[in-house]
Design a protein around this ligand. Structure first.
Ligand code: ZN
Length: 301
């Protein structure tokens, strides 16, 4: 039933984009580039740019990181529209959707151990036997056998994924009592009426899963664009694990200029020396076609 290409026409809807960091540390250069890309695409289309704090995984979070990220965005001239949405405040909405999926037999409890999952080849694609109701359960989405999702990425072109066999019945709620990222992001993108998701290509694999879940919940599917993740000279993704590339707090304008060039915009040298002027220039010159399609450039170039 599910060889679906999502429909994504919003002729009467205004553009609403978002940046959705998780507070597992301060922004690094790669996340600054992602924030900037989503900001520029929204502003170049006269859209709104929202910020959502994806703080639903306390064990991975660092105290104060959420405040630091917001401060860093402002320091770089990236001011968001409206209030920041915190996923930690959204449990009720997530539980309501989980309940609805269970009642429609689209989700089932699972108590499989890591070892049992390994025996299934790492892909859990059939409902398992009911376990002990006294023990904690995860909740998995029952994915149909022909669940192939296709979509056209704004920067990476046509994409497809056979979810049933590649991913299996994905976890929506974890045995340890935490909501899964895929569930929360789908519910919140719909809640915030997001029309465009511009983010790093480390999330490209997640997108078909999110589209599938949107279809199960009869939610709209935004347009997606995944930008290349910044890599360093050793070819590693710039991330919080790569401490060699923190943002220099003293040079916000230079950080923004480097990120603008990273996104393929031909910013003239020494053109501007403050963030607001740089961002105004970049909004005016933003072109999706300039985004490099592959991860090949150095962050320092
Ligand atoms: Zn199971």
């Amino acid at each position: 039933m599910m060889t679906n290409s999502p429909s994504y026409s919003y002729p009467h809807h205004p553009y609403i984009g978002r940046f959705a960091p998780s507070p597992s540390g301060p922004l690094h250069f790669g996340s600054l580039v992602s924030a900037l890309a989503s900001y520029l695409d929204a502003k170049a289309h006269h859209g709104k740019w929202l910020v959502r704090m994806e703080d639903i995984d306390p064990p991975r979070e660092i105290d104060g990181a959420a405040a630091t990220i917001l401060q860093q965005l402002q320091q770089h001239g990236l001011y968001w529209d409206g209030d920041v949405l915190h996923q930690s405040q959204r449990s009720k909405a997530y539980l309501t959707v989980l309940e609805k999926l269970k009642q429609s037999n689209l989700a089932y409890p699972c108590q499989c151990s890591r070892q049992q999952l390994k025996e299934k080849g790492g892909v859990h694609n059939h409902p398992c036997l009911p376990g002990n109701p006294a023990k904690p359960s995860a909740i998995r989405l029952a994915i149909s056998n022909d669940a192939k999702v296709e979509f056209k990425d704004l920067f990476q072109g046509q994409q497809q994924q056979d979810i049933k066999y590649l991913v299996g019945d994905m976890v929506l709620y974890r045995k340890d009592g935490l909501f899964a990222y895929q569930l929360a992001v789908v519910i919140d993108d719909a809640f915030q009426n997001i029309t465009h998701v511009i983010r790093g290509s480390d999330l490209l694999d997640s997108t078909p899963r999110q589209i599938y879940l949107q279809q199960q919940l009869a939610l709209h599917t935004p347009l997606y664009g995944h930008i290349p993740i910044a890599i360093n000279s050793t070819g590693h993704k710039l991330s919080k694990q790569n401490l060699a590339t923190p943002i220099n707090y003293d040079t916000p304008a230079m950080n923004v200029a480097t990120a603008i060039r990273w996104l393929g915009l031909p910013l003239p040298k020494l053109h501007h020396n403050n963030c607001n002027d740089l961002l105004a220039w970049a909004i005016q010159h933003w072109q999706r076609g300039l985004i490099p399609p592959v991860m090949e450039r150095l962050a320092s170039s």
